[in-house]
Design a binder for this molecule. Structure first.
Ligand SMILES: Nc1nc2c(c(=O)[nH]1)N[C@@H](CN(C=O)c1ccc(C(=O)N[C@@H](CCC(=O)O)C(=O)O)cc1)CN2
Length: 275
């Protein structure tokens, strides 16, 4: 079984970002907004801020109290939309329940939407037009390219239909001429569906969702899950899948680093387009 490590693939995305940065007459500025103190969000935002500074971007983290109103958050976003020194804006998800995430996403200027979640970017993605692409799905494609995983003509099964991973990944896989199936919590005979996959993507957020009997021998398995279980980070794929899969991404150290690296590249791309 081949271990598909994210670090080398992430490094090549970061190198691209650094090189493009050299050709800009200004330093792009990433603004990350976090509400509250959810430990996972605190840790992801810290990773983003550190990586941005490390590659030479400017980075500001705006922390709002968890009980902030939606109006307060929208005022901050409107301010950043107008700010010439804000090239990338990202609101860390999930948001507290009293805030409508979709309204927040739709308030971000699509040119600064480095998460690629704004409907304008989502629509462009499905139309095959140039867009800012969501970081995890674009990172998954970059990881496949780095490890020379052929996608054209392959059966790709994505388990999970979130707006962050499952749906945009389906569009990107289609753009590479894969035959794509999205499975989800209501899919009947899930094992039958997943066993058809040449490339199986687990993006559910539940440890142990994918078990060995759900995997075709030799399949490429991409584990997008990052779950904290008894103080340990685990994916959505049961460890025994290693015995069946031809290649598997580890958790941690697989897809996760690709998400952050792709965000850096998106910030540079967004700055180039605002130039
Ligand atoms: N606004 C957004 N919110 C969220 C996104 C997103 O893309 N935009 N995705 C996820 C969380 N996420 C980024 O925010 C994210 C997940 C995982 C990692 C990562 O590097 N994981 C490492 C382990 C890190 C650790 O030790 O905790 C790995 O898998 O190796 C980075 C970012 C939800 N919210």
């Amino acid at each position: 079984m081949i271990e598909l490590r994210g670090a080398p693939a992430a490094e090549s995305l970061l190198q691209q970002a650094r090189e493009r940065l050299q050709n800009l007459p200004f330093v792009p500025h990433l603004h990350v907004v976090r509400l509250g103190e959810d430990p996972a969000s605190v840790s992801y935002v810290r990773l983003k801020d550190r990586k941005a500074r490390e590659i030479g971007l400017k980075s500001t983290v705006h922390v709002l109290p968890e009980e902030s109103s939606q109006a307060d958050l929208l005022v901050l976003i409107e301010h950043l939309n107008q700010d010439q020194d804000a090239h990338g804006i990202l609101v860390q998800l999930p948001l507290p329940r009293h805030i409508d995430a979709q309204t927040v996403i739709e308030t971000i200027n699509p040119l600064k939407d480095v998460d690629g979640f704004h409907p304008e970017n989502v629509g462009k993605l499905w139309l095959g037009q140039e867009a800012l692409l969501p970081c995890t799905p674009a990172g998954i494609l970059a990881l496949c390219d780095h490890h020379q995983i052929q996608l054209s003509g392959k059966q790709v099964v994505i388990v999970g239909r979130s707006n962050i991973v499952g749906k945009p990944l389906a569009a990107l896989m289609l753009s590479r001429d894969a035959t794509v199936t999205i499975a989800h919590s209501r899919t009947l005979n899930l094992s039958e569906v997943t066993r058809r996959a040449d490339v199986l993507v687990a993006a559910v957020g539940r440890p142990g969702t994918i078990t060995p009997e759900m995997v075709k021998p030799g399949a490429v398995v991409l584990d997008v899950g990052v779950n904290r279980l008894e103080g340990k980070l685990v994916g959505d794929v049961a460890p025994e899948v290693q015995e069946v899969a031809g290649a598997l991404t580890p958790v941690p150290g697989g897809i996760g680093p690709m998400t952050v690296a792709n965000l850096m590249l998106n910030t540079v791309l967004a700055a180039e387009r605002q130039r």
